[in-house]
Design a binder for this molecule. Sequence first.
Ligand SMILES: Cc1cc2nc3c(=O)[nH]c(=O)nc-3n(C[C@H](O)[C@H](O)[C@H](O)COP(=O)(O)O)c2cc1C
Length: 140
Amino acid sequence: MYLYQLVYTSRKKPSCNDKEIEKILDSCKRNNPGKDITGVLLHSNEHFIQYLEGSKDIIKLYDLIKEDTRHTGVVLLSYGPLKERVFPSWHMGYKNITNSKIDFLTDGNFNEKKVFESIIKGEKQTDTSAVNLLIKFFNK
Ligand SMILES: Cc1cc2nc3c(=O)[nH]c(=O)nc-3n(C[C@H](O)[C@H](O)[C@H](O)COP(=O)(O)O)c2cc1C
């Protein structure tokens, strides 16, 4: 099976509270293993960043997620072939990122902070820049 990866960012609606986040994670648990989709979901107070990896069909899941009313302003940042999975055992890793954590993780590394800001602005990313940042956030 050929592997693909996809990264998008979106703005979280204020009504998307912790309970809704729980429901999203339940959907991930229910649906992603059967489709052999792995990845990570990062959220700050205002944004989501999701990285999906799996068959070409991840674009179908993306099309469904895009219509979800719990977020808005969904922007696809990268989609393309992948040699091997970055998060093979994560059917959806999940982290809440606070601003202070961003400052901490990117402390002294101006470039990473720039990448993060560029991601949440919805600017297109090279295949590796967004993923490298996510790997760091998830301590891989
Ligand atoms: C930011 C965000 C990420 C989501 N990620 C996934 C996902 O990885 N897998 C999934 O099945 N649904 C995901 N969803 C939920 C889908 O939009 C949709 O509600 C769900 O797949 C419906 O399936 P269900 O009826 O089994 O819950 C996500 C929603 C949001 C807002």
